[in-house]
Design a protein around this ligand. Structure first.
Ligand code: EPZ
Length: 416
């Protein structure tokens, strides 16, 4: 297992290019199952999770190739199954369930099981599919699902679910009749998937709002689309500039996807100037402690909670951070405290009292965004920090140590 060795205290200066969004690429790859032929994706990031989804699609019979472009040819799908050994490493594998049922009316998908940040069931995915006429059986940790042709239904989520919305949007694209998704997720990645499905011939309206209407069609055809920039990667580098007292220019990003994050970072004392597809960020003076509550898009994203917390460890007062989406997304707190942070936990609330400085220490990553948060803490901490188990980081950040070193960070990857 690899680790990152970081010498902190250096203000970052320069330009960073933001990669394509992991959480947009994964549903697009699953959507390739909806139409036989060669699907092409531009700007798809080279990440561990993308390779995992490639492995899953290859296991099912697709031909995948990822050079400058990501090509997925689903002409010869022969296995309608997502096995446990793949699903257990990536919950998003469940995204193949909807397309498999839409195109083949059968699927055997391992239940994702829990993960570091919470139980994360898929009951809302299954509720929606059952309303569309799917028979669902749970057996030996697998979902066995079968249907005649899926039929349109009115589905209301009692909780906003991003991949639940995406799964059912894909299932409805080939269903017989009209499907309405209420309390649907509004994330940019959901809109990006809807845009690709329309390009494939689907009839979808309302994506980006909390009511999405899909009118099923007989057949879809493969296409080509560019993956949107990763708003969470961009937010992470905004924090990197703020926490090191530096100034960065983020290129190839989409500022309109980051409005809630930019507002909070400006309140914390960063100066941020959005341009067409780039962001200028610098820290102008001491960091202010501000409160944050995570909620579904367009509010402050849960995927930025850990990164924001690392910034607040150096605030000038007290910051109250409430995690409303996942029940256990504070695994990074104990590790931040090893760097000298002053944080108290009470259920879904973290109270962060700013300290003058952080000091380097060996820490351990537990999940994707927690590892990013620890890298950010290490960039600000005095002395040397070792971030262990960074395979978590490799799931969602393309070449992070190279991008950081290019703007002045003293950082290297070593075998643990
Ligand atoms: C997506 O996960 C993202 N992953 C997550 O990003 C992100 O944290 C999450 O949305 C919330 O924004 C991808 O898009 C691949 P949810 P998802 O279904 O869809 C509960 C990252 O760091 N729930 O929106 O799995 C669930 O337990 C990852 O890139 C049910 O109870 O999340 C959670 O508490 C981490 N039943 C809440 O809803 C269900 O059937 C939101 O989950 C589904 C979800």
């Amino acid at each position: 297992m690899d680790k990152l060795v970081i010498e902190g205290g250096i203000p970052l200066e320069g330009e960073v290019t933001i990669s394509g969004a992991k959480n947009a690429t994964l549903p697009l790859m699953a959507a390739a199952l909806l139409a036989a032929g060669k699907h092409t994706f531009e700007n798809a990031p080279k990440l561990r999770d993308i390779r995992t989804m490639q492995k899953l699609l290859t296991h099912m019979g697709a031909a995948c190739e990822h050079n400058d472009l990501l090509h997925i040819d689903t002409s010869d799908i022969h296995t309608l199954e997502a096995p446990y050994d793949l699903v257990k490493t990536m919950r998003a594998s469940v995204l193949v369930l909807g397309p498999m049922l839409a195109r083949y009316q059968r699927a055997r998908v391992s239940l994702p099981g829990g993960c570091a940040i919470g139980a994360r069931p898929i009951d809302l995915h299954l509720m929606g599919l059952e309303r569309m006429g799917v028979e669902v059986e749970l057996q030996h940790g697998y979902v066995l699902a079968r249907a005649n042709r899926l039929k349109g239904a009115s589905i209301s989520f009692d909780q906003v679910t991003v991949t639940g919305t995406e799964n059912l949007m894909m299932a409805a694209a080939l269903a017989d009749g009209i499907t309405t998704l209420k309390n649907a997720a509004r994330e940019p990645e959901v809109v990006a998937l809807a845009e690709y499905l329309r390009l494939m011939g689907a009839r979808i309206e309302g994506d980006g709002t909390d009511v999405i209407t899909i009118e099923g069609v007989e057949e879809l055809s493969p296409g080509r689309i560019r993956v949107i920039p990763d708003r969470i990667e961009a937010g992470t580098y905004l924090v990197a500039a703020g926490i090191t007292g530096g100034r960065l220019k983020l290129n190839a990003c989409q500022p309109t996807h980051l409005e809630a994050v930019i507002r909070k970072l400006e309140a914390a004392g960063l100066s941020i100037t959005p341009e067409q597809d780039s962001l200028l960020v610098s820290s102008n003076g001491p960091l202010q402690s501000v409160d944050v509550k995570t909620s579904p898009y367009p509010a402050f994203p849960t995927d930025m909670q850990a990164q924001f917390m690392s910034l607040m460890t150096l605030g000038n007062g007290v910051s109250v951070i409430i995690e409303q989406i996942f029940e256990n997304r504070f695994m990074h707190v104990l590790e931040l405290k090893r760097l000298g942070a002053d944080i108290e936990l009470d259920g879904r609330t973290a109270v962060v009292r700013g300290v003058k400085k952080l000091s380097g220490a060996p820490v351990m990553a537990t999940d994707l965004r927690a590892s990013a948060c620890l890298v950010l803490g290490a960039l600000a901490a005095e002395g040397i920090t070792e971030v262990n188990r960074i395979y978590h980081l490799d799931r969602g950040y393309e070449a992070m140590e190279k991008k950081l070193a290019a703007v002045g960070a003293r950082i290297r990857r070593e075998k643990e």
